[in-house]
Design a protein around this ligand. Structure first.
Ligand code: NAP
Ligand code: ZN
Length: 334
């Protein structure tokens, strides 16, 4: 049976209806009937070929939730009828040092769900079951779909960089990723600040757990906040004043980059070395981290604030995201 999808056929072009025959179900594969798929800004970067690596037709979508319809003979942990989620990563080599130490997200041979493969803006997907995660009952599919990429990407840095409850944490950019970052930071016990270019987001940012709101375009506020943060999680992709962000850190503070910068990051030397600060990166999350993140979300009530669009209105949703009008994650329903 063909899979019905929405696909871009060239960079920056609107998505159109598209169908394809899936590859045969491999021994470790699972077929998922998709019910929900979040729209990450990475989907927009891929459609527009911002990273110069897109191939067309391109079916975006890597925040997938759906129901297992079929499993390959080697699949032991999933059964028909289970509700599962799939994120950015669809497979890995399972052999390298990183796969063997539970850091599959660093595998050089990793496959991506919607880069070189057809993604989740579709009725179904066949993919490696080892990267499909059972969804806890406490999470609704609509609110949980964005956790598969946006949630994993903002949760992992807290664990990787050992953020402690006593720390002052800032989340820069209150979009799909950022509004989840605020919730993790609050549940972690930290003192939390939302750093944003959109003052109208202040009330909602506080609803997500921010104790404070800092307008990054207000030079006075930025100056006053200098030297106050232990950890900054940057989700913004637009060009930024990296020196000003480093100035916000306390000694030993870390600036963690998860938003994909559209230009090289230029860092002035003095604010970096004075105070022994670090600029670090983080990419999605390992399998272990994603499973842990889902359990943590279920326990602490972390969920995406969503607006839904039917699959065939994907272009309207993408336009809304592009205009920075998503509040806070757009989710396609199938
Ligand atoms: P999003 O929902 O569009 O949010 C991005 C936020 O950045 C916006 O809400 C806005 O927040 C801020 N922003 C937008 N334009 C800006 C500008 N011109 N100047 C300053 N701030 C601006 O996007 P997202 O889905 O959260 O994704 C964010 C980035 O993370 C993307 O680059 C995406 O590709 C990347 N990503 C990386 C990973 C990873 O593994 N590292 C995983 C997923 C996504 P304010 O209105 O609050 O300023
Ligand atoms: Zn993503």
């Amino acid at each position: 049976m063909p899979i019905h999808a929405m696909a871009a056929h060239a960079a920056k072009k609107p998505l159109e209806k598209f169908q394809y025959e899936p590859a045969p179900l491999g021994p470790h594969d699972v077929e998922i009937e998709i019910t929900h798929c979040g729209i990450c800004h990475s989907d927009l970067h891929l459609i527009d070929n911002d990273w110069g690596m897109s191939t067309y037709p391109l079916v975006p979508g890597h925040e997938i939730i759906g129901i297992v319809k079929a499993v390959g003979p080697e699949v032991a942990h999933l059964r028909k009828g289970m509700r599962v989620g799939v994120g950015w990563q669809r497979n890995s080599c399972q052999q390298c040092e990183f796969c063997q130490t539970g850091q599959e997200n660093l595998c050089a041979k990793m496959g991506a769900t919607c880069l070189g493969n057809y993604g989740g803006f579709a009725t179904a997907i066949r993919t490696d079951s080892r990267f499909a995660f059972p969804i806890p009952d406490a999470l609704s599919s609509e609110n949980a779909a964005p956790l598969l990429c946006g949630g994993a990407t903002t949760y992992s840095p807290f664990r990787l960089y050992e953020v402690r409850p006593s720390m002052k944490v800032g989340v820069i950019g209150i979009g799909g990723l950022g509004h989840l970052g605020l919730q993790w930071a609050r549940a972690w016990g930290c003192e939390v600040t939302a750093l944003s270019t959109t003052p109208e987001k202040e009330r909602e940012a506080k609803g997500f757990g921010a104790h404070h709101f800092l307008n990054t375009r207000d030079a006075g506020m930025m100056k006053k906040a200098a030297g106050t943060f232990d950890f900054l999680l940057n989700t913004v992709f637009a060009p930024q004043d990296w020196g000003a962000l480093l100035e916000l850190l306390r000694p030993n503070g870390k600036l963690c980059v998860v938003g994909v910068p559209s230009e090289p990051i230029t860092i002035p030397g003095f604010p970096l070395l004075l105070g022994q600060k670090s600029v670090v990166g983080s990419v999605i999350g390992s399998r272990h981290m994603i499973a842990e993140m889902l359990a943590f979300a279920a326990r602490h009530g972390v969920k995406a604030q969503t607006e839904t669009f039917p699959l065939d209105k994907a272009n309207d949703a993408l336009a809304r995201l592009k205009a920075n009008r998503a509040r806070y994650r757009l989710v396609l329903t199938v």
